[in-house]
Design a protein around this ligand. Structure first.
Ligand code: KG4
Ligand code: ZN
Length: 336
């Protein structure tokens, strides 16, 4: 079945054509990052307007790269939430219109759960149950994944998302937006043991996360240095901060795997691109007999192929949406 996926939850407009949640025929992403970077973060009103401009050309490009015409599309999946409501509504309005015109079934999917679908798209041999860590600019959540449509939330951040902490620390050091990639790059040249930043692990059994104390500690450290930071100081702070985030994420995931008696883990979302996170998960996983999978970077950051894959599984499970569907801004359900 040829699925058209549409993604517009934040600052990336995506469209993809995917065959049976297995083969990506095309995946196109138009990023607005350059536009928002001058404001140091995503400006919702600008994001919505840009989605309106980009969405039809992006869909046309996805169709043409896949070698299909609109009439070849058999079903449509669109991100329903969580995300910026004004942005989500653009994708939803287009999905509703196309489904109505083509008279095909369609479904609204949860953005966080779509990130998990990206793992199955890149590693089809994964078996249930598994633990999924979704770690991005908007979310840091842990799931026990029992099937393609049943995912149970077992932990989440109580304050900032991990990617948000990367972005805020980078902004504070004048490194621009978004900050994850640049911190990752600078950290490669810095000593990760130079500064011992706090690792909030909450209580001993908790699977929840907290990054605001760490973020504040980094900001205070930067302030205490006063004036302009040298490149060496920036590298040291980047490496030490990144190490603290990685330690927290790895500790919680290993704790979840132990508590749930599960030996397979997937790590998805934009922060899953982080090179030190990949390295530490692979090392600690192999010493504790836990296999950790990461999708390739293009499937970790926001894209519509994951939306198409998630939508396919929901449609196979008999879920459909109708024209009354609305966007939602926050994660309020454990599965679609
Ligand atoms: O999944 P995503 O594209 O969008 C959301 O749903 O949030 O994730 C974007 C986030 C940003 O916070 C960005 O700084 C972070 O992912 N990110 C990284 C890296 N690449 C992107 N964080 C750490 N290291 C990276 N290499
Ligand atoms: Zn995302």
């Amino acid at each position: 079945m040829k699925v058209l996926g549409i993604e517009s939850s934040c600052d990336e407009t995506g469209a993809a054509v995917v065959l049976d949640a297995q083969k990506i025929l095309s995946s196109v992403v138009a990023s607005q990052v350059a536009l928002h970077s001058r404001y140091g973060g995503v400006v919702p009103e600008i994001a919505s307007r840009k989605h309106v401009e980009a969405i039809l050309p992006v869909i046309e490009e996805a169709l043409s790269r896949s070698g299909n015409r609109l009439q070849d599309i058999q079903t449509i999946a669109v991100t329903q939430g969580p995300g910026l409501v004004g942005s989500l509504l653009v994708g939803i309005a287009v999905a509703k219109s196309l489904a109505f015109v083509l008279q095909v079934p369609w479904v609204g999917v949860n953005h966080i759960l779509s990130h998990i679908a990206a793992a199955f798209l890149s590693s089809p041999s994964l078996k249930f149950p598994l633990i999924a860590l979704v770690v991005s600019g908007g979310h840091t959540s842990l799931f026990r994944v029992e099937s393609h449509t049943r995912m149970i939330l077992i932990g989440q951040t109580k304050d900032d998302a991990a990617g948000e902490a990367f972005d805020k620390v980078a902004k504070f050091m004048g490194l621009g937006y978004p900050g994850g990639e640049v911190i990752d790059r600078l950290a490669k040249e810095g000593n990760r043991r130079a500064i011992l930043f706090p690792r909030s692990l909450l209580d001993p059994l908790s699977l929840d996360f907290s990054f605001s104390g760490l973020k504040t500690a980094v900001l205070q450290h930067v302030k205490s240095l006063g004036g302009k930071l040298s490149l060496d100081q920036i590298r040291e702070i980047a490496a030490s901060f990144q190490e603290a985030v990685v330690d927290i994420l790895v500790t919680k995931v290993m704790r979840a795997a132990k508590q749930e008696a599960i030996r397979e883990v997937v790590v998805v979302g934009g922060v899953a691109c982080n090179s030190r996170l990949r390295e530490k998960f692979t090392q600690d996983g192999s010493s504790s007999g836990i296999t950790v999978f990461f999708p390739p970077p293009a499937l970790c950051t926001d894209n519509a192929a994951m939306v198409a894959a998630a939508g396919f599984h929901h449609l196979m499970a008999g879920h459909h949406s109708n024209l009354l569907l609305n966007a939602y801004s926050r994660f309020g359900r454990s599965s679609g």
